[in-house]
Write a protein that binds this ligand. Structure first.
Ligand SMILES: NC(=O)c1ccc[n+]([C@@H]2O[C@H](COP(=O)([O-])OP(=O)(O)OC[C@H]3O[C@@H](n4cnc5c(N)ncnc54)[C@H](O)[C@@H]3O)[C@@H](O)[C@H]2O)c1
Length: 249
């Protein structure tokens, strides 16, 4: 049920953190993976690691803010793999500027990467998958889009809430074509962003998690594998919460 053997995937922001872990998880489940990132060297390094473990992967530079470049990179991955079965819209900026201090330019940058980039990713992959009558789209939201968060900025939170709306709209639109569209909403997952927080802040965040620990990137990867696999075929328009019980609904 969870095998991705014979499947192909395209992951944005795969150069580090959750994107890299998701690319690895999909590859370990059997998928061939296109790893993309604005940081080409970082995507290259992760792809090289995966290839060293005998996984079939390519790395492509991609800035998700640029729709034309996005479509071109997606086409390159389609050329290489013949089709893309799984799209993971993961790339994001995670600033924590106080809402009183966010400059307009920073607001626009966060929206351009986190929300507009996901919109482009859903539309480009959605058209390809609609034509094929099959596919899975997975969008990385956050608990910040579901409840008030002091740890990240309001622009980040607004973009992550917007992703949930995008997810439902694309899910509705693509359901007749057997394409599922879902969101993963993680909280406090061990990653470079979390590691950058000072120890006192990390303690406060951990104290608010009923399971009493941070999540692992491989646990987010496992959720992506579920949504991408046959096991997830009847799940669409959903948000999978991975937050250790911080939000129960
Ligand atoms: N880490 C967590 O605890 C956590 C919690 C909730 C949600 N998330 C979400 O998970 C996803 C990954 O988070 P992370 O912690 O690994 O983030 P991260 O900052 O470690 O990695 C983000 C990646 O996106 C890339 N990127 C940035 N701008 C880009 C652009 N314009 N085009 C293409 N790539 C770009 C970066 O180079 C980087 O490799 C994000 O969507 C984030 O909002 C993470």
């Amino acid at each position: 049920m969870f095998s991705l053997s014979g499947r192909t995937a395209f992951v944005t922001g795969a150069g580090q953190g959750l994107g890299a872990a998701i690319a690895r998880g999909l590859a370990e489940a059997g998928a061939r993976v296109a790893l993309t990132d604005i940081d080409e060297a970082a995507a290259d390094a992760v792809a090289a690691d995966l290839r060293a473990a005998a996984h079939d992967c390519i790395a492509l530079p991609l800035d998700v803010r640029d729709e034309t470049a996005f479509a071109r990179r997606f086409d390159a991955a389609v050329q290489r793999f013949r089709a893309i079965d799984v799209m993971v819209n993961n790339a994001a900026l995670t600033p924590s500027t106080s809402l009183w201090d966010i400059p307009a330019e920073e607001w626009d940058q966060v929206m351009a990467v986190n929300l507009r980039g996901v919109f482009f990713g859903c539309r480009i992959a959605g058209l390809h998958m609609r034509d094929r009558g099959a596919g899975r789209i997975i969008n990385l939201s956050s608990i910040a889009g579901q409840r008030a968060s002091a740890a990240t900025g309001v622009h980040y939170a607004a973009s992550k809430a917007g992703i949930l709306a995008l997810t439902r709209s694309f899910a509705q639109e693509l359901a007749p074509h057997d394409v599922t569209v879902n969101a993963i909403a993680p909280a406090a997952i061990r990653s470079p962003v979390l590691d950058a927080m000072d120890e006192a802040r990390q303690r406060t965040v951990r104290a608010g998690i009923p399971l009493g620990r941070f999540g692992g990137a491989e646990e987010v990867a496992a959720a992506a594998v579920y949504l991408a696999s046959a096991a997830g075929a009847f799940t669409t328009g959903a948000t999978l919460d991975l937050n250790g019980g911080r939000l129960m609904r």
